[in-house]
Design a protein around this ligand. Structure first.
Ligand SMILES: *[C@@H]1O[C@H](CO)[C@@H](O)[C@H](O)[C@H]1NC(C)=O
Ligand SMILES: *[C@@H]1O[C@H](CO)[C@@H](O)[C@H](O)[C@H]1NC(C)=O
Ligand SMILES: *[C@@H]1O[C@H](CO)[C@@H](O)[C@H](O)[C@H]1NC(C)=O
Length: 433
């Protein structure tokens, strides 16, 4: 009767009577002196619960998954950690077919290391789905895995692994250590700062030592930056690694040099506007340059480069609308050029909020629009939090003639402390006595 049940189980997963007989015939390990019918049935049922694409195909390719003890432990592990149906069926099937059951020995203990080192249980499926399971957890020893995890611990281990599980695929001695070594050396040995870079962009470790070194070397020799400066740029913008050296880094720096920038100008520019290195010339920078030329910036001038730095993050569309707003209030291009040379950020402010601020200045505050020529930084303050707030507080005391610069540029702390002239005299006198 049990034999009948077995045949019907195999039939359920797609083996006909003859194929089942063949399977048993060809695989002596399936004989009933080493395996009981009951354990075979249990195994078949738990394999079925994995939801493989084709259990039948998997069994034909790797019949030992029906009997191997290591696979039994692996299946209990899957069940115990609630991973049934959580690991991509295709991935699981390939794993079971391509990896000899012997290699599953100690699987649970190896994966357990992740949990012990801080990977949350509910992220386990995510991690397993995104690593090469066979390479990491089957072919490496417990000790090898532990050493890699311990090494990563210094830089944010579990967080890095969860963010980018594929880091586990990397070889500790051949890849992880030398790649992190390049960054550590650049930092002058500051592992905390290297950890910050890695947590910002774990994928930075997928770049080879040679790739990283080539980028660094270009910044050293062509841009003339020191290692300390280069590291600071990596720290604010680790994605510098994904900008092509030939198509992006070189021509972008070349442009800055043509504009008359020396290495310390280049550093100041890049630390503020590193995205400049990644933007496309054709789709982005060339259009922004077009607008700047129209405003009146001179080709190959420092001012041009500074303005381009100020507009890296904004879109050409917004830039165009910003100039449109200025023109609509009666400014000419020369005025815009003048204001933006004093305060380049005006070109990247959101055009709608810019409009609201100019309106508030001219209508609510009743000031002359021309005051912006002297103090374009007015446009950089938040309308509600700073401009309105301070203006409302001061207008009763000082009246209308107050200096915009004085009103807005003092720090909040000083602004709140500042007293009326009479009070001030009293406190000065008080201290003297
Ligand atoms: C680079 O140029 C700036 C002016 O843009 C100047 O102040 C600075 O001293 C120069 N630095 C070097 C290293 O030549
Ligand atoms: C600006 O100068 C560069 C470099 O010499 C040149 O390639 C480009 O055509 C010039 N652009 C304009 C608008 O003159
Ligand atoms: C240029 O780059 C900026 C910053 O990433 C982006 O906002 C903008 O949409 C890009 N394209 C154009 C045409 O401005």
């Amino acid at each position: 009767m049990l034999v009948g049940l077995l045949f019907s189980l195999f039939q359920d997963i797609g083996f006909n009577h003859k194929e089942t007989q063949n399977l048993f015939h060809k695989n002596p390990s399936l004989n009933f002196t080493t395996t009981s019918l009951e354990s075979l049935t249990t195994r078949l049922l738990s394999l079925r619960s994995l939801g493989l694409l084709s259990l039948c195909h998997s069994i034909n390719k790797q019949p030992e998954i029906l009997t191997a003890e290591e696979i039994g432990s692996f299946l209990s592990f899957i069940k115990e950690y609630d991973l049934e149906g959580e690991i991509k069926p295709q991935k699981l099937q390939r794993l079971l077919i391509m990896t000899h059951p012997n290699y599953f020995a100690g699987f649970e203990r190896k994966v357990r290391l992740l949990i012990d080192h801080g990977v949350p249980l509910d992220k386990l499926a995510h991690v397993l789905n995104n690593v090469n399971i066979a390479k990491v957890f089957c072919h490496r020893t417990l000790n090898q895995i532990e050493r890699a995890i311990l090494f990563l611990d210094r830089f944010g281990g579990a967080e890095l692994i969860v963010r980018r599980p594929a880091l586990l695929n990397l070889d500790l001695e051949g890849q992880l250590k030398p790649r992190i070594g390049v960054l550590t050396q650049l930092s002058g040995g500051d592992e905390n700062a290297v950890g910050t870079i890695l947590r910002k962009l774990p994928a930075i470790l997928t770049y080879t030592v040679e790739h990283l070194q080539n980028h660094i070397e270009l910044l050293r020799s062509f841009a003339g930056l020191s290692d300390e400066e280069i590291f600071k740029i990596f720290l604010v913008y680790p994605n510098i690694c994904s900008a092509s050296k030939e198509r992006k880094l070189h021509p972008r720096i070349e442009f800055l040099k043509q504009c008359g920038f020396n290495s310390s100008d280049i550093f100041k520019f890049l630390i503020k506007a590193p995205l400049y290195l990644s933007l496309s010339f054709e789709d982005n920078l060339s259009m922004k340059l077009g607008i700047l030329f129209k405003i009146g910036y001179e080709n190959k001038s420092k001012e041009l480069a500074i303005a381009l730095g100020a507009v890296t993050r904004t879109s050409c569309e917004n830039m165009q609308k910003v100039t449109g707003v200025f023109l609509s209030y009666g400014f000419c291009c020369e005025d815009i050029l003048d204001m933006s040379k004093r305060h380049p950020q005006i070109l990247q402010y959101n055009h709608e909020s810019l409009d609201m601020k100019i309106e508030y200045l001219t209508v609510d505050m009743g000031r002359h629009i021309g005051e912006l020529l002297a103090f374009p930084a007015f446009l950089g303050y938040k309308l509600d939090d700073r401009i309105k707030h301070r203006y409302e507080m001061k207008k009763k005391i000082v009246g209308d003639g107050m200096s915009l610069n004085k009103l807005l540029s003092v720090s909040t702390e000083r602004f709140m402390k500042k007293k009326s002239p009479a009070e001030m005299e009293n406190s000065v006198g008080g201290r003297k006595s």
